[in-house]
Write a protein that binds this ligand. Structure first.
Ligand code: MRU
Length: 364
């Protein structure tokens, strides 16, 4: 992605450090976070320095390579055990996004070679880099398929941030929007603010502004108004985990937007790579939903009068909050799922055909 005319990825690795665009300080500051240990990398996922399903998948993959490189010793069994422990630490950093375990499994399942610790360490690094490259390319392909669905002069609604920041590059939901813009289609994006973490306001709007794509941020509560008054032609969101029947877990609030879209006859698309489909989730009821701290509801942060990031309480001292980070949208509300292999109908037969028969990266 272009940031101040320089090409960046959300995550990369160099000399055993993992580097991340620090999403906690955007849009006010642009900062690169250096993680020197796999524990720091797991914490960066947990505290949302990096967030978004494909981005944490690639971060997990790099984190495992980083863990492997830090192992000291000669015993291969001990190395194996150490890598497995690191896998568990990284994998438990966040529960909902399928891509995290997908990226970790990709590296772990292929990294051990020839009973050689040195070769396995090098292989882990190479695999993590391959995974990140592959993930970026899939998102580009999603953009190509998704762009075909976007007409000139359309107004598009999106929720949360499913942009390049949520991936290695390009984005999922924002990739078709990016490509439509590059193809000179005249489009306008309605960006849901996405309380409580405001990923729409602070990340999606920032990415669109970087690319000079026309947009406005709207209060989450305003999406229904704009749909009913005919201002929105098309809705597109990302996904954290997709069950085999087509139910989609995504950022809290996605469900109500999808129901409203159906009520108003607006096409509602989900954009996600096949790595987001979970063959072990038969329906959306099987998807674990992360419950986050109520601090995210009770406090808000922004710039103070001295241009410093400041966190302030907005709720009564006596009140507590409840904060599910994701919800599940039943398949019946979706028009289609845009993947790197094309647009899938959200039903079990079609999903099984694509996911089980796909020569996905992990099986290569
Ligand atoms: O809690 P977050 O910010 O990690 O949630 C992210 C989302 O819900 C995104 O929409 C999803 O990961 C798809 S990203 C390409």
């Amino acid at each position: 992605m272009l940031i101040n005319n320089i090409n960046y990825r959300t995550v990369w690795m160099q000399d055993a450090s993992v580097y991340l665009i620090n999403q906690r300080v955007l849009p006010h500051e642009f900062e690169i976070y250096q993680s020197k240990t796999f524990i720091d990398t797991a914490n960066a996922i947990k505290t949302m320095i990096v967030r978004g399903a494909p981005a944490i998948g690639a971060t997990g993959a790099y984190g495992l390579a980083q863990a492997a490189s830090a192992f000291e010793g000669e015993n291969f069994d001990n190395f194996n055990e150490y890598v497995n422990k690191a896998f568990n630490v990284l994998n438990s950093a966040r529960p909902t996004a399928n891509d995290l375990s997908y990226g970790l499994n990709f590296v772990k399942s292929k990294m051990f070679i020839e009973n050689s610790i040195t070769n396995s360490k090098m292989r882990a690094f190479e695999l993590a880099r391959q995974y990140a490259d592959w993930s970026a390319e899939l998102c580009r392909q999603i953009g190509v398929y998704g762009n075909n669905l976007i007409q000139n002069n359309q107004n598009i609604l999106t929720h949360c941030n499913a942009g390049a920041l949520a991936c290695v590059d390009y984005g999922t939901a924002l990739s078709p929007i990016r490509i439509a813009h590059y193809k000179k289609k005249n489009i306008f994006v309605y960006v849901d603010e996405t309380r409580p973490r405001n990923q729409g306001t602070s990340l999606t709007a920032w990415e669109l502004a970087q690319e000079k794509i026309n947009h406005s941020i709207i209060a989450d509560n305003a999406a229904g108004y704009y749909m009913k008054t005919g201002k929105i032609d098309f809705a597109i969101v990302g996904a954290d985990r997709i069950a085999m029947n087509g139910d989609v877990a995504n950022k809290i609030g996605t469900y109500e937007k999808a129901v409203l879209a159906k009520e108003n006859n607006i096409p509602f698309y989900v954009a996600a790579p096949l790595s987001t489909f979970d063959i072990n989730s038969i329906t959306g009821d099987d998807i674990p939903i992360e419950e986050r701290s109520d601090e995210e509801i009770l406090y808000i942060s922004g710039l103070d009068e001295n241009n410093k990031i400041k966190k302030v309480r907005i709720a009564p001292q006596q009140s507590s909050g409840k904060n599910p980070a994701f919800d599940v949208t039943p398949a019946k509300y979706m028009t289609g799922i845009i993947t790197e292999k094309g647009v899938i109908k959200p039903n079990r037969e079609e999903i099984e055909r694509f996911v089980k028969n796909s020569t996905s990266f992990i099986n290569n």
